[in-house]
Design a binder for this molecule. Structure first.
Ligand SMILES: *Cc1c(COP(=O)(O)O)cnc(C)c1O
Length: 356
């Protein structure tokens, strides 16, 4: 039976990424050695790093004045790296979910944090709008895709202060106007690579403006100056990221990917809206995530939740359980998810409806 991988993260990767990564573990770049046992400073891996950084910049059309770094520590380490490097006195945060809230809490150790708006009281079922950002904030932090709650900011905001975004779960899902951001970061394990590597896209002239001492490893300049080779980089996930970036380019890049993602998400949202057993917890259609599609049982069918989960699992649907803080279901439909898997889930929902 075909298993359809709807996991929220780590999550589905292109077949070529898995295959090429497996091959390199056995024999890396014709060296007769494994990718896992060679120096990161050897010419073969240096070539991987150079190509990955170049392709990353090319695919996101990153303008001059920005640098890309690959580091360890996950997006969660970025929650402190961002204020370490950018907050002099005050920062503004939009609280749209668990990750946004964690980022906000972490920043509180560095100065005054203003929560400009929050959807916490309504279990993060929408993206707040119409808030005001204090003009003296050093930056404004957003989480573009709320992986757990299935909401997404799908446009690049125009704001009055430097914009910082956690794009862990929607990077490379659409074109991004990088010039509108001062910093974009994310863990790679949702849409790019296996866990272990974190990316940051940094506007270089925003650095060096805070008075505090920044520990070497937490200073973006360390990694920019060393080409992400200050210490041993996570070689395996970087190799895999390169394979995904090559696949993305072959697929037509982020514009083509956005078109496919819109089509894919529509198939599932249309079924959620049509099917009398299910509904979407996200209240505004424009806030619906294209990457993490949440759905719950309609009130009168609540007791069928476990039965649907078992039914869907028996049909090969893997990873569709909603996050423990929300319940219900979540189908993550990252770039590598084929339309056929989404159709298989929709067929499952239709069949289950017919049974009830
Ligand atoms: C998964 C996720 C994180 C946490 O990433 P780690 O790499 O595990 O620290 C942060 N933000 C968002 C939006 C996520 O989806």
């Amino acid at each position: 039976m075909k298993i359809h991988n709807f996991s929220a993260g780590p999550s589905i990767l292109p077949e070529s990424t898995i295959k090429n990564s497996a091959d390199a573990v056995l024999n890396f770049a014709g060296t007769g050695l494994s990718l896992l046992e060679v120096s990161h400073r050897g010419k073969e891996f240096v070539a991987v790093m150079d190509e990955a950084l170049a392709l990353f910049k090319e695919l996101l059309d990153i303008p001059a004045g920005y640098e890309v770094v690959f580091v360890g520590g996950g997006a969660s380490t970025q929650f402190c790296m961002v204020p370490y490097n950018l907050m002099q006195k005050k920062a503004a945060y939009l609280n749209t979910g668990t990750w946004a809230n964690k980022a906000l809490k972490e920043a509180k150790g560095f100065g005054e944090v203003v929560e400009v708006a929050s959807s916490k009281d309504s279990i993060y079922n929408h993206i707040p709008k119409g808030y005001e950002i204090p003009s003296d904030a050093d930056y404004f932090h957003i989480t573009t895709n709320n992986t757990i709650y299935g909401t997404e900011i799908k446009t690049d905001l125009d704001v009055n202060v430097p914009l910082v975004a956690d794009m862990s779960s929607d990077i490379f899902s659409r074109p991004v106007d990088v010039s509108k951001y001062t910093l974009i970061y994310g863990g790679a394990q949702k849409n790019l690579a296996p866990a272990g590597v974190t990316f940051a896209i940094v506007k270089t002239d925003a650095l060096g403006k805070v008075d505090r001492h920044i520990p070497t490893m937490l200073d973006y300049r360390t990694h920019i100056d060393a080409g992400s080779m200050f210490n041993t980089p996570p070689v395996f996930p970087i190799y895999s990221a390169l394979q995904t970036l090559k696949w993305l380019k072959e697929m037509g890049g982020v514009s083509a990917m956005e078109k496919i993602n819109i089509e894919k998400a529509a198939v599932l949202y249309d079924e959620i809206d049509r099917n009398r057993l299910f509904k979407a917890p996200v209240v505004n259609v424009e806030d619906r995530s294209l990457m993490n599609i949440c759905f719950i049982m309609n009130d009168e069918y609540k007791e069928l939740e476990k039965e649907f989960f078992d039914f869907a699992s028996s049909r090969g649907m893997s990873g569709i359980k909603g996050h423990r803080s929300v319940g219900g279901f979540r189908a993550s439909t990252y770039n590598a998810m084929p339309k056929s898997s989404i159709q298989a889930l929709v067929d499952c929902m239709k069949e289950f409806e017919a049974k009830h």
